[in-house]
Design a protein around this ligand. Sequence first.
Ligand SMILES: *Cc1c(COP(=O)(O)O)cnc(C)c1O
Length: 389
Amino acid sequence: MGINTDAIHSGFEDEQYDSLVAPLYQTSTYVQEAPGVNKGYCYTRTGNPTRSSLQSALAKLEGGTHAFSFATGIAAENAIFQVFLKPGDKVVVPYDLYGGTHRLLFSIYEQWQIKVERADFRDPAAVAAASKDAAIVWGESPTNPRLDVYDVPEIIKQIKAASKALIVVDNTFATPLSQKPLDLGADLVLQSVTKYLSGHSDVVQGAVITKDDALAEKLGFIQNGAGGGAAPFDCWLALRGLRSFPIRYKQHCENAQQIAEHLLNVEGVSKTYYPGIKEHETHETAKRVLKYFGGVVALEVEGGLELAKSFVSKLRVFKLAESLGGVKSLACHPASMTHAAVPADERAKIGLSDGLVRLAVGIEDIEDLVADIDQALAAAKAELGVAAS
Ligand SMILES: *Cc1c(COP(=O)(O)O)cnc(C)c1O
């Protein structure tokens, strides 16, 4: 079946009353017929039918056979590191790494003396070389917030030829609609279900997806044993959101493309980052490896920190908030918000300037989004006394 059909019909159905939408199993435990005799569930940390239903849908969409849902995307990442790293191991990551993953690896796993090496993911051979003595290669594409798109198929191919490192792809920005890392040979896919898959900014949640039974067994063990599994109601919400994910994602991408093209002609915007425009450094790669270019656009305003902060404060339709992937448009200032945990000298190294603004484009009317950007920029310039040209 196609991905639209799968998003709508995957997961379990209600066998008791044939309700069209499966019920929410909001329970911590299950009655047993006799000690150890049950219908497949004994305690919700270990398993819950609503969670199982979501997990089977997520596995299907990513082309996997098993998925494990966690309380947040970061909890899902933590489960991966807990299972597959041991003290002293090496992890290879891109420069433009998601801020929360950066904190987890560089600050929290420091206590396990994990060596984190950054590689230039624009160069597949460099990643393969770095992977030789690594336990995990962690990829992410498009990246946040510069939207670099890497040649994931080629990188995976070269890593597999060079090493036995576990290959994990954070597929949050691309989603399975645009790129399917498991089909390309990745071992695990990480999803922050918080974003496009649930899509309404009303739940935080993560998932790890695989098609390898041995890896799945270890992940299931840690989901129960370390207790990070997602709550039933959150799973129900995520599954409800997932039903409309493909159609929402396509609209996010269409709106983002139009905003990026508009920004190219706006006075006072010195740079626009969006893989769907030919001005973007990785546009050629993006055209080759992604089906859609995503719903996030970044821009650099002339006038640096002060102008960027004023601009995001003056937006009205875009709300000033962290996160992305929800139906409502959001704006954020990475240097002071999502990437505040990244030290200033490193922010400079990855090209994350103080004037950079990230737009998580929603699915409102495009005319309203464009007008909002224009009025906020004009108001910010007026506030700071920048001459209109
Ligand atoms: C949000 C996000 C995460 C973390 O997910 P949470 O649900 O916030 O814990 C990981 N990777 C990427 C790319 C994200 O955008």
